[in-house]
Ligand binder design. Structure first.
Ligand code: SAH
Ligand code: MG
Length: 217
């Protein structure tokens, strides 16, 4: 292996700790290692994230890009997934736009990237995942899927994005729960399973609910 990413800067770790999101530290650290590895495999390919929210997971990816000379494209409509809307368990009233009463995480993402000094390392795409997938360049060094977790959204994300991973590149999927007792099924059933069952991806590692797959060459 061509070397490992140096330890994370304490100042960046502090910004991450203060950023809203759903990525535990051990999984974020894994994401950063894997993104670094992906850029050694496919140096010219972007790292694509589906599901930016407030930029918490984005920072780990962007830090790997900073070290390895890569770039991150992060996609989100910023209106929130079904399960984080007002009235749902994971809803955070701080991310509601008081003018419209709707969720808007874009200003939070902008602030996160600014605070971390990462604005030049990350291109923010605001829109539907399915539409953005047709516009964003393929040949990704790494694709990280953490967008809508409903059945339809997960299906569409798989159909839209899996082909974007370059041969030899890496695919990370969040919230993969093979046992229904542990959590919602769509990321497992509609993204992880079809990827593996297609024979085009092979699992390399798992940390928490994160799975890392490699696209066959
Ligand atoms: N990766 C983030 C969390 C993402 S939460 C972290 O770890 O911190 C999931 C995000 O997916 C939400 O911000 C939601 O707005 C976005 N999302 C859900 N469905 C989407 C769709 N169809 N198109 C674009 N974004 C979507
Ligand atoms: Mg998630």
């Amino acid at each position: 292996m061509p070397g490992e990413a140096p330890p994370i800067d304490p100042e960046l770790a502090r910004v991450i700790a203060e950023t809203r999101g759903f990525m535990p530290d051990d999984e974020g650290a894994a994401l950063r290692r894997w993104a670094f590895e992906a850029l050694t495999r496919v140096p010219s390919g972007p790292i694509i994230e589906v599901g930016s929210y407030c930029g918490r997971s984005t920072l780990w990816l962007a830090d790997a890009a900073r070290i390895a000379g890569g770039h991150v494209v992060t996609v989100d409509h910023h209106r929130g997934s079904e399960e984080i809307q007002p009235g749902w368990e994971h809803h955070d009233p701080e991310v509601v736009d008081p003018r419209s009463g709707r969720m808007d995480t874009l200003p939070h993402l902008r602030r996160t990237l600014e605070r971390a000094g990462m604005e030049d390392l990350v291109t923010v795409v605001v829109g539907q995942s399915s539409v953005a997938g047709g516009l964003v360049r393929s040949g990704a060094s790494m694709l990280f899927i953490d967008g809508g977790h409903g059945d339809a959204e997960a299906r569409v994300d798989a159909a839209t994005w899996l082909d974007h991973v370059a041969p030899g590149g890496l695919l990370a999927i969040h919230d993969v729960y093979p046992d229904p007792a542990d959590g919602g099924r769509p990321p497992y059933e509609r993204i992880y399973r079809p990827a593996v069952d297609s024979g085009r991806f092979v699992e390399l590692a798992a940390v928490g609910s994160l799975r890392l797959l490699e696209r066959s060459r």
